[in-house]
Design a binder for this molecule. Structure first.
Ligand SMILES: *Cc1c(COP(=O)(O)O)cnc(C)c1O
Length: 439
């Protein structure tokens, strides 16, 4: 019998080593610069300035020992993940370049891309929970995220404790104590603290710094990660890892994709937090396809420009709406009325975003008349695209949320959610003005 081949003796064939963030004259370059080339070397692809789309289901190994070595990485027998490309359910060149660039925006060591925001969120949660565990989450959450915890994970013996966005340190201490005893009773642990800030569609902010302090006091920080859905303000206006979160997730369908022409998601954070998520993605699938990854590389080149313009437009539109007689109020982060919410905003956010709630005098009928009268803004759910969108959460995105719960979360029948795009701001104001006339 011959000895097994020791794959460590073999050279490591790699597409390209994981790139360092390039420095220029000793200074780290900014994300907007790095989006044009980071992690891609044209010399490896016939000089093609843009990365080609790699449509293949599998990758040829240089030799058998290299194949063994890569599978040791895929199966977790060798720490640090796969060192080369193996099979397109695990990784691919377009997805790896995308992941390298996504990580830059949040200051994350590692990132993973998925076929949708919900795939990212579901695989993230599944990677961390076992039977008996408790998930602590802020409310409101995106309806499908809330449903996944309450209706799907509950089937596997995972329970939850939720708290309102804006909860104080004292309230958070209470919530974690309750979650801990619930977990003990069920023979599990507090597996994850899952946040969404600002919340959808009310824009209520969570104090991530207070959540971290409460977690560190009550639980083992190495066992219970804090994850946050940063879809509404990221990657430009909020960097939750800087405020104490461990994991950031996104629906890339929104601002990052930004053109309302793709569906994708991501999760980023330190490598040790990403490893279990990557392993489950390897098993289940759910990685973004090469074409979508390529589209996202295109989108990342303009994400800062688009978000800046949308943010400026939203400020102008909200200034107009604020004093309109048919407007009862605005849930816009540029005009926060609550002192506690303003304090959270000042510590966590660098911009007010372009998605907000408009409360119209009246109810569903008045909102529907407003929506049906819009000419520039489109009547559609979703947000963060180049075009302005408007929708009615109570009868659309949050229809599945029980009426009582909707009231509790402030999602009334007179709420219209608006996502401002990059059109001319005066045209948008004229459109809202004529639609309000029709109410
Ligand atoms: C859209 C959205 C999701 C879900 O993302 P998909 O890409 O549609 O699966 C999750 N969280 C928030 C805050 C969202 O807006």
């Amino acid at each position: 019998m011959t000895d097994a081949i020791d794959s460590t003796d073999q050279p490591t064939p790699r597409r390209k080593p994981k790139p360092e963030v390039e420095k220029l004259a000793g200074r780290e370059m900014k994300p907007s610069t790095l989006m044009m080339g980071h992690g891609y070397d044209p010399a490896l692809s016939e000089g093609s300035l843009k990365a080609p789309i790699f449509l293949t289901s599998t990758f040829a190994f240089e030799n058998a020992a290299a194949g063994k070595r890569h599978f040791e990485g895929i199966t977790g027998q060798r720490p640090g993940g796969a060192e080369g490309l193996v099979y397109s359910r695990f990784n691919g060149p377009n997805q790896e370049i995308l992941e390298d660039r996504l990580g830059i925006w949040d200051g994350a060591e590692d990132a993973l891309c998925f076929s949708s925001g919900m795939t990212a969120i579901c695989i993230l949660m599944l990677a961390y929970v076992s039977q008996g565990d408790v998930i602590v989450h802020s409310g409101p959450l995106y309806a499908a995220s809330e449903g996944f915890v309450a209706k799907v994970l509950s089937k596997f013996g995972v329970s939850y404790v939720d708290f309102p966005a804006g909860a104080s340190r004292e309230q958070l201490d209470d919530v974690l104590a309750r979650a801990k005893s619930q977990a003990e009773e069920n023979g599990g642990k507090v597996a994850m603290i899952y946040l969404e800030s600002p919340g959808n569609p009310t824009n209520a902010l969570v104090d991530v710094e207070a959540v971290k302090a409460a977690r560190d006091a009550a639980l083992d920080p190495a066992e219970t990660p804090i994850a946050i859905d940063n879809t509404f303000l990221g990657p430009l206006w909020q960097r939750p890892l800087d405020n104490g979160a461990d994991i950031v997730c996104y629906s890339l369908t929104k601002y990052v994709g930004g053109h309302s022409d793709l569906v994708a998601g991501s999760v980023s954070g330190a490598k040790k937090w990403m490893d279990p998520v990557r392993a489950l993605r390897n098993t289940m699938g759910g990685i973004a396809d090469p074409n979508t990854a390529w589209m996202l590389l295109r989108s990342l080149e303009t994400v800062e420009l688009r978000m800046q313009r949308a943010g400026e437009n939203a400020a102008k539109v909200c200034e107009f709406l604020k004093s309109h007689p048919k407007v009862e109020g605005l849930g816009y982060l540029g005009f926060i009325a609550d002192e506690r919410q303003q304090d959270i905003y000042d510590r966590h956010c660098s911009g007010a975003g372009s998605t907000f709630s408009l409360f119209i005098e009246g109810g569903e009928a008045e909102c529907f008349r407003f929506l049906d009268s819009l000419k520039v803004a489109k009547l559609a759910v979703s947000l963060g695209g180049t075009e302005t969108l408007a929708s009615h959460p109570a009868s659309m995105t949050h229809l599945s949320v029980a009426h009582g719960r909707r009231q509790e979360l402030g999602i009334g029948d007179n709420l219209v959610r608006i996502s401002i795009g990059i059109e001319d701001p005066d045209d948008l104001i004229a459109d809202f003005e004529q639609a309000l006339e029709a109410v």
